[in-house]
Write a protein that binds this ligand. Structure first.
Ligand code: SIN
Length: 174
């Protein structure tokens, strides 16, 4: 893991970290990072699926010129023991800068990314297959469908109509 600081650190969340806040924080702000976009390309063995039937959750893939909106939390470094455990199935913490709050203040921080070389990575598939996969998956943290629907609702609240997430939401509601 990289990006460990001695003092309070900003963590950018773009998936379940936006709406499932099971950790203490010092500040919470709407935030964005540039050059990345969300994709349901990461397998979930421990939260929204099982090792035998992994679910699909979001990671970020490089996307020059794109802005990914989410939420940033200023956390005490001790919180990383919990976050690293929560994101242990293929995610690694990397350093980034982000725009935080409104108007955006540029700050340094970290986010969790599941890179294509992690063993749980599933990658791309036709959007209908991704939707059926999500509809059929369940794990210890609940249904994969709820992960998607809660993320879509949280993004709408942030004013980010992420087309990948919204298309999947539509397919799952149909
Ligand atoms: C995140 O929310 O920033 C990471 C992916 C997830 O836990 O859903």
């Amino acid at each position: 893991m990289r990006g460990v600081a001695a003092g309070p650190t900003w963590v950018f969340g773009y998936g379940s970290l936006i709406y499932k806040v099971d950790f203490p924080f010092l500040r919470r702000e709407v935030a964005s990072i540039s050059g990345w976009q969300r994709r349901f390309w990461q397998g979930s063995h421990d939260h929204r699926g099982t090792p035998e039937r992994p679910g699909r959750v979001v990671t970020l893939i490089p996307a020059p010129g794109r802005i990914c909106r989410g939420v940033a939390y200023l956390v005490d470094p001790r919180v990383f023991a919990h976050l690293d455990h929560r994101e242990k199935n293929g995610y690694q913490r990397i350093a980034t800068h982000m725009l935080c709050g409104n108007p955006g203040e540029r700050v340094e921080g970290v986010f969790y990314i599941a890179a294509p070389d992690n063993p749980a990575f599933l990658g791309d598939a036709p959007i209908g297959e991704i939707a059926s996969h999500i509809a059929a998956s369940h794990g210890p943290s609940g249904s994969n469908r709820d992960y998607l629907l809660q993320l879509a609702a949280a993004l709408r609240e942030l004013g980010d109509e992420d087309e990948h997430v919204m298309e999947l939401e539509l397919l799952l509601s149909g």
